[in-house]
Design a protein around this ligand. Structure first.
Ligand code: NAP
Length: 260
């Protein structure tokens, strides 16, 4: 049987990120790849991707291993967010159990450059603690579900930027909310931080371009950034680009994908 006649490769893409959506779009028209994109189900109505998709947890390592066997998945690409540590750890465990090769597609973290005043901490609770006892004006660019750790530190003023308007009261009494969807730009974030007289920015080291403007704006304004380091994820093979994923899958990019 020639390679053009072989059955397409069954691939599971663990998603919830721009990178996963881009990968799905890239493999959508490739007859050599039969991929399914998996969402956790956090977004109410995700844009349907151009490949088959499923929603919801698998039920831990065993549940994912069962899914891989049942669906005859031959490769797993973990393209989840760098802070989705539980899903990534489960993928490492389940792929080992089921004997399925795993590759992580992970954007590089932001690197500290000259002019940055980062205070690096291990998690958001440590960030909240490190804000200190005196009242400060704090920008939180961290997502709604992570706000509650700051409720234990009500002495500060919080400016919170959220993707969706809050449907219920936030756990942070008195916080001011900006509803906006990235990507954000430097000019806009400079205005936002200045207009609200922000003194410190709290961020998780997500990496990527969509949310890096707040880090650049803090640098330009000489503001400190409480930067949460990435969580621990067990060792796995990792790449940073879709081209590398395609090579790992045994497929080079088409000329169209290379922009030729
Ligand atoms: P998490 O803590 O690592 O995962 C919690 C549980 O949610 C996992 O154990 C798994 O349940 C389920 N899950 C997570 N991602 C899944 C996926 N792609 N497909 C199926 N089930 C999934 O993850 P999280 O931080 O809550 O993030 C949830 C999703 O949002 C991820 O897919 C991630 O890519 C996306 N996201 C997260 C962030 C962030 O800041 N963490 C930011 C942007 C996007 P079972 O154990 O039952 O399988």
């Amino acid at each position: 049987m020639t390679s053009s006649q072989s059955a397409p490769l069954r691939v599971l893409i663990l998603g919830g990120t721009t990178e996963a959506n881009r990968l799905a779009a890239t493999v959508a028209n490739d007859p050599r790849i039969d991929a399914v994109l998996s969402y956790a189900g956090r977004t109410e109505s995700p844009t349907p991707p151009p490949i088959p998709w499923r929603v919801g947890g698998f039920g831990g390592i065993d549940g994912l291993a069962d899914y891989l066997r049942k669906e005859k998945i031959a490769r797993v690409i973990d393209a989840t967010h760098p802070f989705a540590a539980q899903m990534s750890a489960h993928a490492v465990g389940a792929c080992a159990v089921a004997g399925v090769p795993l590759l992580a597609l992970e954007r590089p973290p932001w690197q500290r450059v000259s002019g940055d005043r980062w205070i690096e901490v291990d998690n958001l609770a440590a960030a909240a603690e490190a804000l200190g006892a005196a009242r400060r004006r704090v920008f939180l660019g961290i997502g709604r579900q992570h706000l509650k750790v700051f409720a234990a530190h009500p002495q500060h003023f919080y400016l919170v930027r959220l993707v969706d308007p809050p449907r219920a009261p936030l756990p942070l009494a008195g916080a001011e909310v900006i509803v906006a969807r990235g990507p954000f730009d430097l000019a806009g974030d400079l205005i936002m931080l200045t207009a609200h007289r922000i003194e410190i920015v709290v961020a998780r080291n997500a990496g990527g371009d969509a949310a890096s403007a707040k880090i650049e704006a803090a640098r330009d304004l000489g503001l400190p950034v409480m930067m949460v380091r990435r969580p621990f994820i067990p060792a796995r093979e990792k790449v940073e680009t879709i081209a590398e994923v395609l090579r790992w899958l045994g497929h080079d990019e088409t000329p169209a994908e290379r922009g030729v």
